[in-house]
Write a protein that binds this ligand. Structure first.
Ligand code: CU
Length: 70
């Protein structure tokens, strides 16, 4: 019974268009436990939903996509 739904939120100033959204979604969905990635282009924010998420891995994936977290 280790399942625990989680929601992590990151301020990512560089997220500004559909390309950014696709690049980040591609990378972050590879992280174990991630079920859904939402990139808000106006708020420059990335929301990650899943179970047993590893914050460090999600941050690394956003970095791998080429974006800095504020
Ligand atoms: Cu873009």
């Amino acid at each position: 019974m280790s399942d625990s739904a989680q929601h992590l939120s990151y301020a990512v100033p560089g997220v500004s268009c559909g390309h950014c959204r696709a690049a980040i979604t591609d990378e972050v969905t590879k992280v174990p436990g991630v079920e859904r990635v939402e990139a808000d282009l106006d708020a420059h924010r990335v929301d990650v939903h899943g179970t047993d998420l590893d914050d460090a891995q999600v941050r690394a994936a956003i970095d791998e996509a080429g974006y800095d977290i504020a």
